[in-house]
Design a protein. Sequence first.
Length: 171
Amino acid sequence: MFETLRAEGKVGFLTTFPYTPGFAEAALATGTFSGLVAYYNAIELEMARFFPALEQSGGGFLCIRPFLAGLLTDRRADRDALPAGDRMRNPSWDAAYQRLAVLRERLQPASVTAFAIQFALAHPIVASLIVGLNTVEQVDEVIDAAEQPAPRNVFDEALAIFEQSGLVTTG
């Protein structure tokens, strides 16, 4: 069915939304899918290991949750400023906040929100972002960030920072 629709010019690519790198690897190995739709941001880099293969095959990648559930925004980046009972004060978020602290110290972004958008778009395999926004101001902020060039080599710098600090997340 998909091949028929592609031949008719009605669709271009068939992608999959794997939740883990293992599922992504298995899906891409079938040869059926030409891209991935997956979680990817400056903290969750697990799917980045598929970027070279997708580039080589002419595939693509759609990034879901470049803000990591809101953590990678100016409003939520300072964990100590979050209200008592906020879900991000739960210890399950400790590792993500630790990675964010390392990135902020080393890269010193002026805005965590802009950095999150620019980071997600920095790799050429990323075709688009899927974000959840609640206000016109948030839409404007994301558009402004997306229109600015990503900091040079930010993808490679983030990987190097995590490797140097023992916080590798691409495996």
